[in-house]
Design a protein around this ligand. Structure first.
Ligand code: FES
Ligand code: FES
Length: 154
């Protein structure tokens, strides 16, 4: 049986018909074509599927779409403004903070949530906040540099 939910995605109000088992990740990727968030582990360990729900990072692989009824969802596709990238996106490019890019959407959204909450985090606060995001290409140093470069500006 399907249920209709209403939500906002990157600032646009929308609705969707979902089954009880539909995950938030499947909803954004399959119904809205927003494929920046990726399926990695599927068990809430790697962070590749991270999205922001009401400003907080969540593992979209492990959250049901019915549970975001009425919520505001942000995906990496919503970060740029017209043709201008978000400062975190610019910094990830500038510092080479990605190789294959599979983890990048998750890292950028988690970092955005951190900087929204705490504009001038210490190195340890950055590491702690990002502890649930894995980069199999091992770009951790560059990711740290990119986030530190954006502190206080994002
Ligand atoms: S795919 Fe969701 S945490 Fe890994
Ligand atoms: S850039 Fe490849 S997994 Fe992070």
């Amino acid at each position: 049986m399907k249920k209709t939910i209403s939500l906002s995605i990157n600032g646009s109000e929308c609705s969707a018909e979902v089954e009880a088992r539909t995950t938030l990740l499947d909803l954004v990727r399959e119904q809205f074509g927003l494929t920046g968030a990726k399926l990695g582990c599927d068990i809430q360990v790697c962070g590749a599927c991270t999205l922001l729900v009401d400003g907080k990072p969540v593992s979209a692989c492990s959250m049901l779409a019915v549970d975001v009824d009425g919520c505001a969802i942000e995906t990496v596709e919503g970060l740029s403004r017209k043709d201008k990238l978000h400062p975190l996106q610019e910094a990830f490019m500038e510092f080479g903070a990605l190789q294959c890019g599979y983890c990048t959407s998750g890292f950028i959204l988690t970092a955005k949530a951190l900087l929204d909450e705490c504009p001038l985090p210490s190195d340890q606060q950055i590491r702690d906040y990002l502890a649930g995001n894995f980069c199999r290409c091992g770009c951790y140093q560059e990711i740290m540099q990119a986030i530190k470069n954006v502190k206080g500006q994002a």
